[in-house]
Write a new protein. Structure first.
Length: 308
């Protein structure tokens, strides 16, 4: 029985996912959030496929360990760029460093994320989930757009989530200052904002050789949210994670979307792992999309002045 369009993600989670043997030799791949979970498994798969990795990470010690592991196991000479995505000034610095060192970028994977049970603000004054998941990736994509264009063909991939279907994005209250904060709704709302702006990027870059897509990585075990209060950490570790898959499944899907020739020229799509599907209806509303784009540009503008 075929489920209604809005519920097809349930069936898509169970479908056999696509894989690829395509190589990425010589291709520069920038990936954020690569020291644990999905990002960690993704860099291993990308290194196995021959990609030249630029890992944007917050934890320098873990990043160096992973860099050494990639060199030893895959012969991959990855570069580490340290940046805390809670601070847009650090995103700016990282973006400018990468822009200078890598004139051509073939793949950008926006993977960094955070989940908070309680409302927290970044040092810049943004609700943390929205700031890290959405604003940081928005700014980084802006900063690297010209380098992506210079590659013969390139791909931007946002690691999204089916949680966007249960999110709440209120454009006139992005900081949750006028309503009770609910962590899952804030997380889903940040993913909705990401969908909106990714689709605008896809339209803006469609004639430049740059494709922009989003993907839900599947229900897998990660460390996201493990800095929340102890009750949530215990629930996550001893109950929730028992029902989740190994993040290596997500890494294969990410690699397919980053490398397979079948995706050449495919842009503005949302994938459940490797199965194309339609995101929630409210994440494609044009009037909200325009508002989210305009607000996002205004919020990151101080970090783009005299840069672009």
């Amino acid at each position: 029985m075929k489920l209604p369009e809005e519920l097809q993600f349930i069936q898509n989670n169970l479908k056999t996912q696509k894989t690829t043997d395509a190589r990425m030799d010589g291709k520069v791949c920038v990936i954020t959030g690569s020291t644990s979970g999905i990002g960690y498994e993704a860099v291993k798969r990308l290194a196995q496929g021959g990609a030249q990795l630029v890992m944007v990470c917050r934890n320098a010690e873990k990043a160096v360990e992973i860099k050494q592991m990639l060199a030893a196991e895959y012969g991959c000479q990855a570069e580490v760029v340290i940046a805390d995505f809670q601070k847009l000034s650090e995103v700016q610095r990282a973006g400018l460093e990468i822009r200078q060192n890598y004139p051509e970028i073939h793949v950008l994977i926006n993977n960094a994320g955070v989940f908070k049970k309680r409302r927290r603000l970044t040092p810049d004054g943004h609700e943390m989930t929205f700031g890290v998941i959405h604003l940081a990736s928005f700014l980084l994509t802006k900063l690297l757009a010209e380098n992506l264009k210079k590659a013969a063909s390139s791909r931007v991939l946002y690691i999204s989530s089916e949680a966007h279907r249960f999110g709440w994005l209120k454009v006139n209250d992005l900081n949750w200052s006028t309503r009770p904060f609910i962590g899952m709704l804030a997380y889903g709302g940040a993913k909705i904002a990401q969908i909106h702006t990714a689709m605008v990027f896809a339209d803006m870059l469609k004639d430049s050789g740059v494709t922009v897509n989003l993907m839900h990585p599947g229900a897998v075990r990660t460390n996201i949210g493990m800095d929340n209060p102890i009750i949530y950490r215990l629930y996550n570790r001893y109950i929730l994670q028992r029902f989740l898959k190994d993040p290596a499944h997500s890494a294969e899907a990410i690699y397919y979307l980053a490398a397979d020739p079948e995706l050449d020229g495919v842009t503005g799509k949302y994938f459940n792992q490797t199965i194309e599907e339609k995101p929630a209806w409210y994440s494609v509303r044009q009037e909200q999309r325009a508002a989210v784009w305009e607000l996002s540009e205004a919020l990151v503008q101080p970090y783009l002045r005299e840069v672009l």
